[in-house]
Design a binder for this molecule. Structure first.
Ligand code: AMP
Length: 350
């Protein structure tokens, strides 16, 4: 158990790091943010900030010397950067990151544990794509195996002709059959250093243009019926990785049961409602887990909860958001509102 006063290193400087740092501060720990970008909304609420590249070995060693534990808030941190931190300080470890960074590796890993992803095929060239469409059918989605997030690096393919007309951005792609889902949900769990696992309730997620728009509770009955099976898979993933911290798996609820979409070895946007809506938030429990502290209760405290992302320009500003007295407003302090950029979120309770 790491005592208060110690410093947590966080690789990545975005809003997830910001909310981890805020939870750490509440428990008496300080944070040291490490990110290559000069603007960091996590650094704004943290004691220290190192702005350096992922390949800067010296800066990573300095971070490790300053910190009792080092975590990450972003799954595209290069594995080599995390490997530059002594293994005893890393939480979660690099295996989860390696798997989650490649959609193909991730799907194979989950299948080995009994999970069921959408039908998929690896695509490196036009011939592979034609073969994949012939085998899996259309419509489908072509995705980059690496570095995609918030719907980036994805192309919808309506027909074989569509596929033939597409100019591939390069090798390293995956074609997935389009899943006719009734709803989307995520399973978010925390696993402690001692192996204790706790789950939050699964919210119903709605995406727009590949970006999460809302997460709400209670979820539709079809989700409630499929959560137990989805949790079993998430539990097996956490065990297989000897995972420490918060882990997220996203699912499609279909007429044939839960279909695995993807995993994130970190706190997740669909769990932001836990800040006000659960006894212990995903951020606080992540901090507790990586420090070896007892985990907090994950129970939901309100019968109805709705989390809405604030994406791009915020219409009416903070005044309008706060004019509804039930709104809990979180603004991330980003300087520029661009289309598709997550600027904050609002959680409404009750
Ligand atoms: P992803 O980045 O892969 O999580 O994709 C973002 C969103 O796009 C998902 O949450 C779904 O709403 C949609 N999507 C992605 N892949 C599929 C698929 N194979 N079938 C149907 N919808 C999908």
């Amino acid at each position: 158990m790491i005592q208060p006063g110690a410093t947590i290193g966080i690789l990545g400087g975005g809003q997830l790091g910001r909310m981890i740092a805020m939870a750490a501060a509440q428990l008496g720990y300080s944070s040291h943010i490490y990110a290559p970008e000069e603007e960091s909304v996590a650094a704004e609420v943290s004691a220290r900030f190192t702005c350096a590249g992922w390949d800067d070995r010296e800066a990573l060693s300095t971070l490790a010397r300053d910190c009792a534990v080092v975590t990450y808030e972003f799954e595209n941190v290069p594995v080599e950067a995390v490997n530059a931190i002594p293994a005893s300080l890393r939480a979660p470890g690099t295996r989860a990151l390696e798997i989650a960074q490649d959609r193909l590796t991730e799907k194979r890993f989950v299948e080995e544990l009994g999970g069921r992803p959408a039908p998929y095929a690896s695509v490196d060239n036009e011939a592979d794509l034609a073969e994949a469409i012939a085998k899996i059918g259309a419509p489908g989605i072509l995705k980059t195996r690496r570095d995609g997030y918030d719907g980036k690096g994805q192309w919808r393919i309506a027909s074989a002709q569509d596929g033939a007309a597409l100019r591939l951005p390069g090798p390293g792609l995956i074609y997935e059959g389009f899943v006719r889902f009734e709803a989307e949900f995520s399973v978010i769990l925390v696993r402690g250093l001692d192996g204790e696992v706790r789950f939050w309730d699964s919210a119903q997620n709605v995406h727009e243009n590949g970006i999460l728009a809302t997460s709400s509770l209670p979820a539709a009955p079809i989700i409630a019926e499929q959560v137990a099976e989805a949790r079993k898979l998430a539990y097996r993933v956490a065990e297989a990785l000897a995972y420490v911290g918060v882990l997220t798996l996203e699912f499609f609820a279909t007429a044939d049961g839960p279909v695995f979409n993807e995993m994130a070895p970190r706190v997740h946007n669909s769990g932001h409602w836990t800040i006000e809506g659960a006894v212990t938030s995903q951020f606080e429990n992540h901090v507790r887990a990586i420090l070896g502290l007892p985990l907090g209760d994950t129970s939901t405290m309100w019968p109805k909860i709705g989390m809405t992302n604030l994406i791009g320009e915020i219409e009416g500003g903070i005044g309008k958001l706060l004019s509804d007295t039930r709104n809990h407003v979180h603004l991330y302090g980003k300087s520029e509102a661009r289309p598709g950029r997550k600027m904050g979120h609002v959680t409404k309770l009750g």
